[in-house]
Design a protein. Sequence first.
Length: 318
Amino acid sequence: MPILFKKFLIIPIPVIILISYISFSQGTYQENIIIGKPTNNAITISVMAEEGTDTYIDYGLAGMPYTYKTEIIKSSEDRTAIFNINNLRVNTKYNYRVSYKNLRNEKLLLGEENYFWTQRPIGSSFTFGVQGDSHPERLCDESGWGTSVSESQRISGESRGCMYDPELYRKTLKMVDEDRPDLYFMLGDDFSISRLLPNYFQGDEKGFSQSIVDDIYINQRNFLSTMANSTALFPINGNHEEARLSLLDTALHNSSIFAGNARKRYFPVPIPNTFYSGNEKPIEGVGLLGDYFSFTWGDALFISIDPYWHSPRVAESI
């Protein structure tokens, strides 16, 4: 059976990014859910909600009433509640719904119904999507130049530096959602922290911290949850994520640690088990990286490669 490949083009034209978190008011709120690490019998669902919110998930076979319920998990300090749902059927579509209750609400708030698939068998058809280089940090000024472009670059016309339009990005991800792929792969440069490093290298620590890097990952998550609440997401490092072996034990050591931690906390990334092969070597301060992996889905073998966590060679430029 055919495997249908879809590549969703991200056309970048930047404007200001607004980072927002889930809040509750008058019983209305915006959900932020990412699903990942699907196997033949399991799925991970990462829910963001205000710290201390009680959350649980009802789920069941698609088209049927919910027959299963998870335990209640209270969202953590980083505003996440992680659900690992096991004992599922292979090649099966499940519907699910998250419920929320925090200290300011007596009533239980019900989320929207979403879905996920478990592993497709050999011979079956499915779709998947790919994106890369969304670069939300490459903003434009009022003249249409990138905010980080130098005066000499403007004079020479070397680079305009404009690569991102949030509304166009949102529409693109809505198209992904409407196409309903099983899997979606991000090929890197979607969580760039490169522009933060020069000042940090010079000793300015105010503009670079774990919370600042976290916000970069959360900002992307706010967009990706448009479709990754029902499509399993696989983020892969690029060079601008700055998660590199070569930076460890240097003045930029923390860039790798901050990026590695943010990626794992806010996105369910595959780690080696009976379904996924991958990197079994932990990094101090991060643990297992989940940086490269392989798995089969239908007739396809998917292989992710990450050279950055495995090369000791120091890049000439960051």
